[in-house]
Design a protein around this ligand. Structure first.
Ligand SMILES: Cc1cc2nc3c(=O)[nH]c(=O)nc-3n(C[C@H](O)[C@H](O)[C@H](O)COP(=O)(O)OP(=O)(O)OC[C@H]3O[C@@H](n4cnc5c(N)ncnc54)[C@H](O)[C@@H]3O)c2cc1C
Ligand SMILES: O=C(O)[C@@H]1CCCC=N1
Length: 388
């Protein structure tokens, strides 16, 4: 048996949410251990890859407002780490003008005074060449939006955490959690104890929560991350100031489809379908459904005609979905010294610095800086009757 090492707080899972939480705890002088099952960096969870979208364009005020602080915290990390993590490109949002998510996003942006340009059918092509605005669709640009350099960001926050005295142990899978006033955590390589534990295990959350007697209504899906070749190199390039884009709905799909300008791979534009097929995170690559790619091919061919409508590169990533697609940021229902950050439902990266701060606040028993009622476990009462 291993001798148990003492920490103020153990954070389980070194994706974007666990890494920012650990960094926040260390910043508040807590002796913090960040545990990761795989050797870092890895590509098997939800936080890997070169890029993510950052935006304030949301259907709900609470996300738009959280991102107000989000941008400040990203800028703070850029300053501390001395690296560029964001590039402003704007986000073009398109969708049915008077139904579904488009009018909600427009309303939220205007209500919260987010710098926004509303495009008309007449001036659309002047601003956005080489894209098709469907009949009956509205278009706007959230000017605050842009690209986050995801892998670089993860490394930056983990480096800052270490500089603050934090300890990262990768290649250590948590195999046992024993709740109590002092929580005991056993891994494949050691044993630890801490007054507080934060679980940020992404797609593996329920596997870990099984050690604590609850299951949340989470579903893990595999996302095919598709890159599409420009017919004329540079047409949709970040250097040409082409924006990120989000189609709230289109002829081919009622799910969101989103894209980022060509940047990380020369002449390739990343366009993904905001849904996928169910998977077990330990067997992600056995999920081979490509019906999402068929939908994307039809949409790309019609709406982004300057791209070859066949993906040139397909990578894999995972979402952990909640039934309402809102996050879980809460105390464990039975143990107040275990905090859970989960269910980021494919849109959590941009919030990393805010989530880290909120999970630190919960963990230290402080008043959270935002109203966390949309993120409470209680909302799943009907889905998990026996556990609550
Ligand atoms: C294709 C794709 C595109 C996306 N685009 C955007 C976007 O444009 N903008 C945006 O804001 N968000 C986006 N997201 C969502 C965002 O990336 C995720 O919400 C976020 O990365 C979730 O992070 P996480 O830390 O919760 O999970 P993960 O990154 O999966 O981290 C969990 C970690 O826990 C570790 N772990 C699990 N179990 C154990 C254990 N037993 N012991 C030790 N360690 C363990 C895992 O190995 C993993 O490293 C996208 C996601 C995908 C997949
Ligand atoms: O979170 C984001 O911005 C992206 C794009 C829209 C769908 C999900 N992720």
């Amino acid at each position: 048996m291993f001798a148990k090492q003492d920490y103020d707080c153990v954070v389980i899972g070194a994706g974007v949410q666990g890494s920012f939480t650990a960094y926040q705890l260390a910043k508040h002088n807590k002796k913090t251990l960040l545990l990761e099952q795989f050797i870092l960096p890895h590509t098997r969870g939800s936080s890997h890859g070169q890029t993510r979208i950052i935006r304030r364009a949301y259907e709900q005020d609470f996300y738009t407002q959280m991102m107000g602080e989000g941008y400040q915290l990203w800028a703070q990390l850029e300053k501390e780490a001395g690296v560029t993590l964001c590039r402003q490109t704007g986000l073009l949002v398109m969708g049915p003008e008077t139904s579904g998510d488009f009018p909600l996003v427009k309303n939220t942006l205007l209500k919260n005074k987010v710098p926004t340009v509303i495009l008309s059918r007449d001036n659309f092509h002047q601003h956005i060449p080489n894209m098709v605005l469907s009949e009956g669709h509205g278009a706007l640009v959230d000017q605050t939006a842009g690209v986050l350099f995801a892998d670089r960001a993860l490394k930056a926050v983990q480096d800052q955490f270490r500089k603050l005295g934090g300890v990262i142990r990768d290649n250590e899978k948590v195999t046992e959690i024993e709740p109590g006033p002092v929580v005991k955590v056993t891994t494949s390589g050691g044993a630890y104890q801490a007054r507080n534990v934060v679980i940020t295990a992404g797609p593996w959350t329920n596997k870990l929560l099984a050690h604590t007697g609850i299951q949340l209504p989470l579903e893990t899906i595999k996302i095919n991350v598709c890159y599409w070749r420009e017919k004329i190199p540079g047409t949709y390039s970040v250097k040409q100031r082409f924006p990120c884009f989000l189609l709230t709905e289109c002829l081919e799909s009622r799910e969101h489809i989103y894209g980022l300008p060509s940047n990380e791979y020369p002449d390739l534009v990343k366009i993904c379908y905001h849904m996928g097929s169910k998977t077990d995170p330990d067997y992600r690559d056995l999920q081979t459904d490509t019906s999402d790619i068929d939908i994307l091919k039809r949409c790309v061919s019609r709406c982004v005609p300057g791209l070859v409508p066949e993906p040139a590169v397909v990578e894999s990533c995972m979402y952990t979905l909640t039934p309402d697609r809102h996050f879980v940021l809460d105390y464990h229902p039975n143990y107040s010294n275990i905090v859970i950050g989960a269910g980021f439902s494919g849109h959590g990266f941009k919030f990393g610095p805010v989530i880290g701060k909120l999970l630190r606040e919960l963990s230290l028993g402080e008043e959270p800086s935002f109203d966390l009622s949309p993120f409470k476990i209680r909302r799943f009462q009907s889905e998990m009757k026996s556990d609550l």
